[in-house]
Unconditional design. Sequence first.
Length: 254
Amino acid sequence: MYFSGLVSHLRDILACKSLGFVFQPVFDLRRREVLGYETLMRGPVDSPLHTPEQLLRVARDAGLGLPLEHLAARSAVSTFVAAGLPGRLFINLSGAMIVDLMREGGLPAVLDAEGLDATRLVVEHMEADHTPPAGLDEAWQQLVALGCGHATGRPGVAADFLKLTPPHTRRIHAEVLRQEALAGVMEGARRQGQQVIAEGIEDARDLATLCALGCDCAQGYLLGRPASEPVRQLSRSVAGLLATACDKAPLSPR
C-alpha cells in the first residue's frame, strides 16, 4: 500500500476509534507480585497498521502523531479500568504529547472520566529529546503534583522508575563486564530512590542474574506475554527462581 493509502487508512482508524490494546505485566521481583501493566496499542487485525511501530511511523510522517496519541491514551485508560486489572498502568508518551495532554487540565479530565486515580498512572518517556518541546519541564511538574509516576530509560534523570531496555538485559548472564556496568547503574538508581525495571526478559538465567544484581522489577515473555487478559501472578517455576535469586540482592528504597 502506498503512503497515501496508509494515511487514509490511519484517518479511518482514528475516526472509528478502532485501536485495540494489550497489557504486559510488570512484576515486583522481591514481593513476587504484579506491580502493574504496560499498555501496548494495536491497529485492526490484518491491517498494515497493526503494530504500534507501524502506527506511530505513519502517524508522525503524516503529522497525525498527537491525534493518535490522544486517542491511544484515553482508550488505554478506559480499557485498563474496564479490565479490572490491579496495580499501576504504564503508558509510553512522547514529549510533545505530555505537554499537550497537560494543557487546560487534559489529563485530569481523562482520568476523572474513566475512573482511574492519578496515583495509579505511570507515564513513561523513553525518548532522548535532543530538542525537548517547550513546556515539558512544567508539564512534568504538573504530573508529579497530580501524583502520577514517571519512568525513564535514561540513568541520572529524576524519575520514580528507571527502565532497562532489552539491549541492556538480553544475555546479561553471560557477560561479566556488562553485569558490572549494570550494577553501577542500579546503584545510581538506588541513590536516587528509583526502582529499576528490566524489560524484554525471556531467559531465566538473565532474570536470575538481574535479580541477584538488585533489579527491583521485570517484564517480558518469561513473566507474562502482552494480552487483552494478561496474567496476574507468576508461574510457579519463575516464583521459585526468584525466591532463591533475590534473597541476597541489595534492596532499593521504597
